[in-house]
Design a protein around this ligand. Structure first.
Ligand code: AOF
Ligand code: ZN
Length: 368
């Protein structure tokens, strides 16, 4: 690898770290980092921190001031070319007289999609693309899906014993994973816009579903899939006001119960016919209200239904060095399951790491 490419990667890595630090706080927007370099010195740094506020390039250019002329800008995402809540970054880079722009990856937003890079090139700026592109795409995988499909990116998080159980036959599940793994989940909660559980989890555990980190984190919206509105009015997700709660119910849910929840400021979304929630339709509704990422935390019934409908984008499974046995103890996914191994979901891009004595497995389930 040439020195130039190594330098480019080094600065891009710095820009990616800036972007990663803002994960979870940009709403439906991507996280983006920018580093401006001149004569071996960083003269400006920036990260997009909040939807509606400055883009990474603009903040870095502000720091660099007139020094930006003749400099190289490293940006983790193609500079935008459109007027959104802020004016185009490509124009700002052109005006500042930047000589070279290094981009990790194209912006999939149909309003940009290559036009930012084209604009820079039209103005004689030397543009290099694809430096640490895969890392940048991974960092914004939720944004990348939502911006083209208007559907939320769904991550299923689960903890299971080495024999694949998510609870004992009596439903006891506290705790399967270790303390460090459970702490990671709070970081994940901070990083997503919503957290989703089935009503069974509310009835069994009465969870708070808030983010509890050693420093204050952001609380995702709590979504409970509850076909017939069995969530008790005194459940923590209803009485605790640190985060908003949305209930998703079926057509036949009692209208009086709907009104009771709505009177408490709880949003109720009806989805599907009869007594069952249509999860595919629910995802569309959630996308419409700009929920672009969801962390599903159980239980096995909801997980099974999501898998069946092909709604799981990403999985994070903690495997604990424990055995509980029992044919009545639930596994990761309830429901019918598949008939034949040849039809199995395949986990793509699987990564395995130890978290203390637990194993963290991540991957992307796909058919075939
Ligand atoms: C950049 N730099 O730091 C970010 C970009 O509504 P706006 O104006 O904030 O635009 C949001 C869109 O801009 C977003 O969907 C994505 O395409 C791009 N984000 N672009 O050049 C940044 N955050
Ligand atoms: Zn921009």
């Amino acid at each position: 690898m040439s020195n130039d490419v190594m330098d480019d990667q080094w600065y891009m890595q710095t820009a990616l770290q800036l972007a990663a630090a803002a994960q979870g706080q940009t709403d439906i927007n991507p996280v983006v980092g920018c580093v401006i370099v001149k004569q071996g010195r960083i003269i400006g740094m920036g990260a997009h921190l909040k939807r509606g506020e400055g883009h990474a390039e603009v903040l870095a250019l502000q720091m660099a001031g007139s020094e930006a002329e003749g400099a190289t800008a490293y940006v983790t995402l193609e500079p935008c070319s459109h007027f959104g809540k802020t004016p185009p970054c490509a124009d700002r880079l052109i005006e500042a007289g930047v000589k070279r722009v290094v981009v990790a990856t194209e912006d999939p937003n149909p309003q940009v999609a290559g036009r930012g890079i084209a604009r820079l090139r039209e103005h004689g700026i030397d543009v290099t693309t694809g430096i640490l592109g895969a890392s940048s795409r991974r960092l914004n995988e939720r944004f990348n899906k939502f911006i083209v499909s208007r559907l939320p990116f769904v991550t299923l998080k689960s903890a299971m014993t080495l024999d694949g159980k998510v609870a004992t036959r009596l439903g006891d599940s506290k705790w399967i994973s270790n303390e460090a793994a459970r702490q990671e989940v709070h970081t994940l909660r901070h990083q997503v816009q919503a957290i989703m559980v089935g009503v069974g989890t509310i009835l069994a555990d009465d969870p708070l579903l808030t983010t509890r980190l050693s420093v204050p984190g952001l609380h995702p919206v709590r979504i409970v899939v509850d076909s017939l509105l069995r969530t008790p009015i005194e459940a923590n997700v209803i009485t605790n006001r640190e985060a908003d709660t949305i209930l998703i119910c079926a057509e036949e849910a009692d209208p009086q119960a709907v009104r009771r929840f709505e009177a408490l400021g709880i949003r109720v979304i009806r989805s599907g016919k009869g007594k069952r929630v249509d999860l595919t339709q629910a995802m569309q509704r959630l996308g419409e209200i700009e929920i672009s990422s969801i962390l599903v935390e159980g239980g096995a019934t909801l997980a099974g239904q999501l898998l069946k409908e092909g709604l799981i984008d990403n999985m994070i499974v903690y495997v604990a060095p424990k055995l509980v046995g029992g044919s009545g103890a639930p596994g990761l996914f309830a429901g019918e399951g598949l008939d034949y191994m040849r039809d199995a979901w395949q986990i793509h891009d699987m990564q395995v790491e130890m978290v203390g004595d637990n194993i963290r497995i991540t991957g992307y389930p796909k058919k075939g």
